[in-house]
Design a protein around this ligand. Structure first.
Ligand code: APR
Length: 241
């Protein structure tokens, strides 16, 4: 059983923060490891509002490439274990993900907050509506709502923009009694600061599951280092005992 200060814990509100590492075993590139996305592309060229204003075609093609790759991969054992946890756990489970892939949903999770946006959605700069989008989005793509063109951008939070649903996320962090961080380097805020907030409230157990110690590893009461595809199913088994 997942130990909390040497007592068998009965958790009721679990928040799971995930990063690129939870999707790594599905074949989705992480950002800061060798060969990661930020080694192949400069953030300034593909992941800022200024980059989109300067060269929209380059930015659109960066996300078109990632959207196409997403269509060719599937959820791994970590995603499926979290989907099972949500279904079987006697309490609330919310996945707060930094990832823009849809692998948590395809792995069975339904309460998922995409704080950095979603690859399978685009947003219209005119009517501000958000639309599901498969395939390529270009400057020639017409908004399905207001028919303007060029109008559509990836529904992604770029550097310098505010992550989505932060008020809702903060409420969940303040109310949780178990905070699990999976597959994130802990190097990008505000997500990197979530564990400190949880610790400051003081009543939740905190677990890091990551291939190696993250930048925030020392803030966690418990750390489990290894592959998410192996460690997350074991952790979920403990929580469902
Ligand atoms: N299992 C568990 N952890 C893994 C695995 C795996 N199979 N493979 C890699 N990891 C870990 C790495 O050790 C690393 O600490 O996942 C982490 C990935 O870190 P990053 O590449 O920095 O990705 P992430 O933490 O999600 O980045 C946060 O930065 O650039 C922005 O918007 C982008 O959402 C992203 C944010």
């Amino acid at each position: 059983m997942c130990q909390k200060e040497n007592t068998v814990a009965s958790y009721k509100n679990i928040v799971v923060l995930t990063g690129a590492g939870v999707s790594a075993e599905s074949g989705v590139a992480t950002f800061r490891e060798n060969g990661g996305l930020w080694e192949q592309h400069r953030v300034e060229d593909v992941a800022t509002p200024e980059a989109f204003a300067r060269d929209p075609d380059m930015v659109q093609s960066f996300y078109n490439m990632r959207r196409a790759q997403l269509a060719s991969v599937g959820p791994n054992a970590a995603h499926s274990a979290l989907g099972l946890l949500e279904k079987k756990f006697d309490g609330h489970v919310t996945v707060v993900t930094q990832n823009v892939d849809n692998l948590h949903e395809r792995g069975g999770s339904s309460t998922v907050i995409h704080m950095h946006g979603e690859l399978t959605k685009v947003r219209c700069s005119y009517c501000r509506n958000v639309f599901e989008w498969q395939g390529d989005c270009t400057q020639a793509s017409r908004c399905p709502g207001c028919f303007n063109q060029p109008a559509l951008r990836p529904h992604i939070v770029w550097f310098g923009e505010m992550p989505f649903e932060m008020d809702r996320i903060e409420s969940l962090l303040r109310a949780c009694d178990l905070f699990i961080s999976i597959g994130t380097s802990g190097s990008v805020y505000p997500a990197a600061g979530f564990v400190s907030l949880v610790r400051s409230i003081g009543h939740a157990h905190t677990i890091e599951v990551n291939l190696e110690p993250s930048d925030g590893a020392s803030y966690f009461a418990e750390t489990r280092h290894g592959k998410a595809g192996s460690l997350v199913p074991l952790l979920v088994d403990e929580l469902l005992v």
